[in-house]
Unconditional design. Structure first.
Length: 386
């Protein structure tokens, strides 16, 4: 049954693009109509504000037929964009490895402590959050329509990736979706503001999103995003204001990832390019002595030519940048008239965090074996609740 109206003045039947949305939903089945995500997406595809949908006479199998077609090429990801998204999803799908996480955060915490006058801080990167999301959603399980498909068939609509991209003043949510096998990217931004004391970040979702090259209302996605991110247990969400809050108190939960408690207290939280940076403090004198000893061991190691590039696979440019960074740091450490700056250690940590999982594990192993520090080994257990 077509949603047609008859215009007596023009003596013609008329059909509005928006009315076709209801028709499309009838075609995909009543079960899927109950999904707000799917129904709102169909409304966007059939909106008169874009040129995705055509209605009229079309040649199909050498026959002229009356109907409509939706051109999804405008919202299709490019080959380059698809390759980048696939790489990010591959990292996320490795899941959250607690031991690798603790080793990475402990070593980079010690490295940041090498700089003169540096704050005691830890950096949590995009991939940390993406892996948590992958685990908490069981690999994006259930984000497809129909919910069940026969063997050999593919769903009409499926979420294949949920990625976060932090910047100092905004957070970009990326949803990679497949529509009848065609990949598209939905992006919605949140504006980040910090409290005066830097004890919380507020992220307000914007009302518009981008699907391919098309702008559309994002309001239907707000609660969907909120419900899924609050499962991470480091974020709270206010449905009335569409605002996420990441505070020192909620983030404290992630500090106990290895066990029930941690001697570190989160003092400040900041959004940076590629993640979140937290400033921590501690009061235990024995822990302070252990940290100082580990810093001394890492200081001695970084002052030497310790990196074995043959242990890494791929990422040639990243490894080259890592070696150059380590050479520069070694020059500073071996010059009594120079001191490492926080900018030096931040740059090194950024390169370390750009390593893929396999190369990161190799680098962490080289640091651990090269430092040969029992104090560093002890910190793996002490800092994150083990």
């Amino acid at each position: 049954e077509l949603p047609l109206t008859f215009d007596l003045n023009e003596f013609a039947f008329k059909l509005q693009k928006e009315d076709l949305g209801e028709l499309v939903l009838k075609l995909v089945g009543s079960e899927e109509q109950n999904s707000q995500l799917l129904s709102e997406f169909v409304k966007i595809l059939t909106s008169s504000e874009n040129d995705l949908l055509d209605f009229g006479l079309f040649e199909v199998d050498e026959l002229t037929q009356f109907g409509f077609k939706i051109n999804l090429n405008e919202i299709k990801t490019s080959d380059t964009e698809s390759a980048v998204l696939a790489a990010d999803i591959a990292v996320a799908s490795q899941g959250f490895d607690t031991n690798e996480f603790i080793t990475n955060k402990t070593q980079t915490f010690i490295i940041s402590g090498l700089a003169s006058g540096a704050e005691k801080k830890l950096t949590f990167v995009n991939s940390d959050f993406n892996r948590l999301i992958y685990d908490k959603t069981n690999g994006y399980e259930g984000f497809q329509f129909p919910q069940t498909v026969a063997a050999g068939e593919t769903p009409n609509f499926k979420v294949t990736g949920i990625l976060l991209e932090f910047k100092p003043t905004e957070l970009v949510f990326k949803f990679v979706v497949e529509i009848n096998g065609l990949e598209s990217l939905i992006q919605i931004k949140g504006d980040i503001s910090s409290t005066a004391s830097e004890d919380a970040l507020n992220i307000v979702l914007q009302d518009q999103m981008i699907i391919g090259g098309i702008s559309a209302s994002s309001k239907f996605l707000h609660d969907f995003i909120g419900d899924n991110l609050t499962d991470l247990e480091v974020i709270t969400y206010d449905k009335e204001t569409h605002t996420f809050t990441i505070s020192v108190s909620t983030f404290q939960h992630l500090m106990g990832v290895g066990g029930p408690s941690t001697p570190l207290t989160v003092q400040k939280i900041r959004a940076i390019n590629g993640g979140i940076e937290i400033v921590v403090d501690f009061t235990d004198p024995s822990l302070s002595a252990t940290i100082d000893a580990a810093i001394n061991a890492i200081n001695n190691l970084l002052g030497s030519d310790f990196l074995d590039e043959s242990g890494f696979t791929g990422q040639e440019e990243v490894i080259e940048s890592l070696q150059e960074m380590l050479d520069n740091i070694a020059d500073v450490l071996n010059d009594p008239e120079q001191e490492l700056s926080p900018e030096d250690t931040d740059a090194l940590i950024e390169v370390i965090n750009s390593l893929d999982s396999e190369n990161l594990e190799e680098f962490l192993d080289q640091i651990g074996e090269g430092a040969a520090s029992t104090d560093l080994e002890d910190l793996y257990d002490l800092l994150f609740g083990n």
